[in-house]
Design a protein around this ligand. Structure first.
Ligand code: FEO
Length: 393
């Protein structure tokens, strides 16, 4: 794609990756992604902000052919989907300086073996004049690496936010609206930013001091109504959990599915919403997105070799790592002759410090008393949600 001018002498460049379906060998990308870079041309100097995944260097190179030579490369984040073409940029422009913060410089040297003499280090709040345009560097650590920073283009009121406020979405739309914010951007928040909710809020407060007109992230469309994405982030990070139970479940011979079906009905009868995910086919991004809001997590699993099914263990690991705001949890499922399924799963979500409801495990196929126990569990969850004053979904 040709450079797209978003303000006079400010261009969106980079690459749309329509076909990528997995990120970090972990995160599904059902709608692809993009690696946005930006080019800011001042009256005296020019700056390239971030690069692209190395697989797309030739795309970026063709765009750079149409632009003046950059004096600076601003690296906002070391992860290689943005910094991975740095060596190519340095080779193409031998006099170019990399502008970044101290932490980012050190990480970039570690990851990319860039010579230290190519760097110009900036601190939080430092500015770089390009003539009639000024870049101000705003350190926004832990969204989602320790070195992450944003860049504020004062005259045009554009915040280049890198991963922060972005979305994995391949689209030709320059700007995203409500549907993007509450779809791909929420999913992105869940997968990438949710573990750092405290730092997210600190960084929202920090950028909240700026009169932003455009948020220009490094993935997905830009935001020309910045309040939409900023308010959404604040709600996801700090809002009360919702009257929602998330049930990731897996079954081998149908017993656990019968229990999950029964529990789902029992919760709905009591006015509690349920998002359930069959772990044998789940898109983990959808599960993560539900975890942004859920007050309670119920893991449904059969027993395999004395413990939970590996897919249930994986879901527990993911939930524990993502640090959702859920306050309660339990396990339902089945076993053949014994095991430590509950203990192992509870241990795996130990970082979340959740209040645990009495688990319900049946031997073989569920019987009347097992269904009754699930009804009791549903009633306990509904009562606890009421006591917590959870928000309607
Ligand atoms: Fe888009 Fe953390 O890299």
């Amino acid at each position: 794609m040709k450079p797209r001018e978003i303000r006079p002498n400010v261009h969106l460049i980079g690459a749309i990756d329509w076909d990528r379906r997995l990120f970090d060998a972990l995160i599904p990308l059902p709608h692809g992604t993009s690696y946005n870079a930006y080019f800011v041309q001042g009256s005296k100097k020019t700056a390239l902000i971030d690069t692209v995944d190395p697989l797309f260097w030739e795309t970026l190179e063709a765009q750079l052919d149409e632009l003046p030579e950059p004096d600076y490369l601003v690296i906002q984040h070391t992860e290689q989907d943005h910094s991975g073409s740095t060596a190519k940029v340095l080779e193409r422009y031998p006099d170019l300086k990399i502008v970044t913060n101290e932490r980012c410089m050190k990480l970039t040297i570690d990851h990319l073996h860039v010579p230290q003499e190519r760097f110009k280090v900036v601190a939080d709040g430092d500015t770089l004049s390009l003539g009639d345009k000024t870049l101000k560097f705003v350190l926004t650590p832990w969204v989602h690496w320790p070195e992450t920073m944003s860049t504020w283009l004062e005259e045009d009121k554009i915040l280049f936010s890198c991963d922060f406020l972005g979305s994995h979405l391949a689209t030709t739309d320059l700007y995203g609206g409500h549907a993007v914010v509450h779809g791909p951007a929420k999913r992105y928040y869940a997968e990438i930013m949710m573990p750092f909710a405290t730092q997210v809020v600190k960084n929202l407060d920090k950028i909240g001091e700026l009169p932003i007109e455009i948020v220009a992230p490094s993935h997905g469309p830009l935001h020309d109504k910045p309040k939409q994405i900023v308010d959404a982030y604040r709600e996801w990070a700090t809002g009360e959990p919702k009257n929602l139970v998330v049930i990731p479940w897996v079954t081998m011979h149908g017993s656990t599915k019968l229990m999950v079906d029964h529990l789902t009905d029992a919760l709905v009868q009591r006015g509690v919403a349920v998002d359930r995910y069959d772990l044998s086919v789940v898109d983990l991004g959808e599960l993560a997105q539900s975890l942004v809001d859920a007050a309670t997590i119920v893991i449904g699993t059969c027993t395999v070799l004395k413990g939970p099914h590996p897919l249930a263990a994986n879901a527990a690991f993911v939930a524990n790592a993502l640090k959702p705001k859920a306050v309660c949890a339990t396990v339902v499922g089945s076993y053949g002759w014994g095991g430590k399924t509950v203990e192992k799963l509870v241990d795996m979500i130990g970082d979340l410090k959740l209040e645990l409801f009495e688990p319900v495990l049946c031997k073989g196929m569920p019987r009347t008393e097992d269904y009754a126990a699930l009804d009791t569990l549903a009633a306990s969850i509904a009562l606890e949600h009421e006591k917590l004053g959870v928000a309607p979904r």
